[in-house]
Write a protein that binds this ligand. Structure first.
Ligand code: F6R
Length: 615
């Protein structure tokens, strides 16, 4: 998703902006650009594709002093929404070469504004919604307003979810910054200041960060930052000290970040577990605070992979705590009038803490009177700050667009919540809860054993890499994993893949089975495995290529499977309850190796963004 970076008051500003943009690459983008004030002119350089193209363009432009002379610079990585991928549509967008703006989000009423500006003589060069911003600034500056006044007038005209930074040749020592729903951070330096879409994009410059709140805007100068709230009153926002995450953004010898992140799971899972446990089996979660004083229905909302984690959470919480759980896609929840009958609290799940759909669902739940809790990986993110209570996954930075270690970390937190609720509502015997709590500590070594299956998974990946379409099947706790396996595979390998509940096949999807279509099933013995194997047999009889990833007992029952990948031997209950976490590993490895063999851009797949800050 789009990212913005700005520097004011520091020599080599444009160079530092480019460094910041590199740190935002993980979010996904399709073009990039920067604008700097240099030698009394506004110099804009943009390019399609990766940042290396922008860096090449920068080194070729005639003004060789751009890097050393500029003390004020803004930059952007664009993920196309309005208008195709092109240099014209890349940001910064300018007006009369005197104002430049970089913008994340969408200006919803841009068409009306654009028509008015065209009738006033402004010429539009792009198809973007953003271009109305520099022209509006220009219009108000020409009318005699200073930069702050002009910015205020711009904000009065626009609607939508956005974060933007503007600079002007007429006010060479000022940046105007504004935020509405989309995140933005201001970094404080010594006689210089910085702006970034997230703290990490400017942590090479400062560790002192201020997050703007919704509706805030700021005038940033090299030696001053003035912040105002949506009522135009001066606002004091907390300065947060962040630790620079030096070293975390390297691939550490792996070919891709995704591969590194898959193999980090045995390390990040214990990091996630430890704040929630006292000793071996005592869980430290204050359920009363989270709105679980009484036995109410819990609502969980999330998007994408985080939604599949929510699905698993529903199965666990209903089984272990006998508490009803409703799960909802965040993008659907916010536009409905949901009934909150019997509900006291909601839980949102988000790795980035910035998914706009999930943030809006949280706000919707709050308006409806629910206590809002969040499972979130990025501390200090908007969802983390806005939720009444946060439970952090400590998966560390996840750079690969495909969620891997953050998914298993979310599952671990959900399992811990399910156990805490099970204990509170006395659904299970204490001894049983204790047994399951002990399981949590054996997870890291179990995951490490699952990772040892890599070579077998690689050979399956090699075999299916040219398939046109792949079907994933699962039942019960492993149904969400069929959906997750298909999502992971399609998003990075671009092979069409669908996940189905195995029992649903005969109600329609079985029509998709034709000769040699790979059908992949995750399975552990749970007493119902014979049913799942019958579903697999139905696909086999219609010519599908059957790939079964399962425990020994299930494999014995499906001799017809073309590929049988046996998971390591685990205790029966452990294997059953924690199967979604265990099976996430082959699902991730399979997607990774198929994509790697096909040579796709594994870490930044086409059209996708790491942090989805538009609806
Ligand atoms: C898939 C993936 C996405 C995210 C989704 C929600 O691999 O990563 O489906 O899970 O965009 O993102 P977060 O969890 O950041 O809210």
């Amino acid at each position: 998703m789009c990212g913005v970076v700005a520097v004011i008051g520091k020599q080599y500003a444009s160079q530092f902006v480019v460094e910041g943009l590199k740190k935002l690459e993980y979010r996904g983008y399709d073009s990039a650009g920067i604008a700097s004030l240099c030698g009394g002119i506004l110099q804009t350089v943009k390019s399609e594709g990766k940042l290396t193209n922008l860096i090449n363009n920068l080194s070729q432009i005639s003004n060789a002093n751009l890097y050393s002379d500029s003390k004020i610079s803004i930059g952007h990585t664009r993920w196309a929404t309005h208008g195709n991928i092109s240099v014209e549509n890349a940001h910064p967008l300018t007006s009369e070469n005197r104002v430049a703006v970089v913008h994340n989000g969408i200006i919803e009423n841009y068409e009306n504004i654009k028509n008015n500006l065209i009738s006033e003589g402004y010429v539009f060069k792009s198809q973007t919604d953003t271009e109305v911003l520099p022209h509006l600034f220009m219009k108000y500056i020409k009318l005699g307003n200073n930069f702050l006044q002009a910015g205020r007038l711009v904000l009065q005209e626009i609607k939508g979810a956005f974060a933007f930074v503007a600079m002007s040749l007429d006010f060479p020592n000022e940046l105007f910054v504004s935020r509405n729903s989309s995140p933005i951070a201001i970094g404080l330096g010594d006689k210089c200041n910085f702006v970034g879409s997230d703290a990490r994009s400017i942590d090479h410059l400062t560790q002192k960060i201020i997050y703007l709140e919704d509706g805030d805007y700021a005038l940033v100068q090299s030696n001053d930052v003035e912040i105002f709230n949506k009522n135009e009153e001066k606002a004091n926002r907390k300065i947060i000290n962040i630790k620079a995450e030096i070293g975390l953004v390297t691939k550490g010898g792996y070919k891709h970040f995704m591969e590194k992140e898959i193999f980090e799971q045995p390390v990040v899972i214990p990091q996630t577990i430890s704040p929630f446990m006292n000793g071996i089996s005592e869980i430290k979660i204050d359920l009363n605070k989270f709105g679980f004083k009484n036995k109410n229905t819990l609502l969980i909302a999330a998007a994408g992979t985080s939604y599949y984690a929510a699905m698993v959470g529903k199965y666990w919480i209903e089984h272990i705590a006998d508490l009803p759980v409703i799960i909802d896609l965040a993008s659907e929840y916010r536009y409905r009038k949901p009934s909150i009958f019997g509900q006291a609290a909601m839980l949102v799940i988000s790795q980035s803490g910035e998914s706009l759909d999930t943030l809006m669902a949280l706000r919707h739940g709050k308006e409806l009177g629910l206590i809002t809790n969040a499972i979130v990986n990025v501390e200090g993110s908007t969802i983390d700050r806005e939720a009444d209570f946060s439970l952090h996954t400590r998966a560390g930075s996840e750079i690969g667009v495909a969620s891997t270690k953050s998914f298993t970390s979310q599952l671990v937190v959900l399992f811990i919540i399910a156990l805490a609720l099970g204990k509170k509502f006395k659904n299970f015997k204490l001894s049983q809860i204790q047994k399951y709590s002990n399981y949590i500590h054996t997870l890291p070594s179990a995951i490490a054993r699952m990772l040892n299956m890599e070579n077998e998974i690689k050979s399956v990946a090699h075999n299916i890499k040219n398939a046109k379409s792949i079907i994933f099947l699962g039942r019960g706790l492993l149904y969400p994993l069929a959906l997750e396996g298909a999502l992971k595979l399609k998003e990075i390998s671009y092979i069409h893949a669908e996940g189905f509940a195995a029992g649903e096949m005969k109600h329609g999807p079985i029509a998709l089975i034709e000769d040699q279509v790979p059908v992949i099933m995750f399975l552990v013995s749970d007493g119902n495995e014979d049913k799942a194997i019958s579903n697999l047999q139905e696909a086999f009889s219609r010519g599908a290529q059957i790939i079964l990833i399962a425990d020994k007992e299930c494999i014995k029952k499906a001799p017809f499977a073309h590929f049988k990948i046996e998971i390591p031997n685990f205790e029966t209950d452990f294997k059953y309850f924690l199967s979604p976490i265990l099976m996430a590993i082959p699902a991730q490895l399979l997607a990774y190796h198929v994509a790697n063999e096909r040579g796709t851009d594994v870490d930044q797949p086409r059209n996708l963004a790491k942090s989805v800050t538009v609806e």
